[in-house]
Design a protein around this ligand. Structure first.
Ligand SMILES: [Zn+2]
Length: 72
């Protein structure tokens, strides 16, 4: 039980401390959204009126998403 909790906290910490090292991207779930974003606070996501979802880059591409024009 205690070990599980520690592992959970550790994974949260790792996810928070190395956002650029992961292959996760952010997508808006709106019907007109066709892009994915590296940053959750990207300008392209400001217009999102629905939930922003964090998914893997691979999953985003499988959905037919392309990189947002505001990204590097
Ligand atoms: Zn973007």
């Amino acid at each position: 039980m205690k070990t599980l909790l520690l592992a959970f906290v550790a994974s949260l910490f790792m996810a928070a401390s190395s956002p650029t090292a992961s292959n996760d991207v952010y997508i808006c779930n709106g019907p007109k959204s066709k892009k994915y974003h590296y940053k959750e606070d990207c300008r392209g996501l400001n217009n999102c009126s629905t939930k922003i979802e964090k998914i893997s880059l691979k999953a985003a591409k499988e959905k037919g998403r392309t990189l947002c024009g505001f990204e590097d």
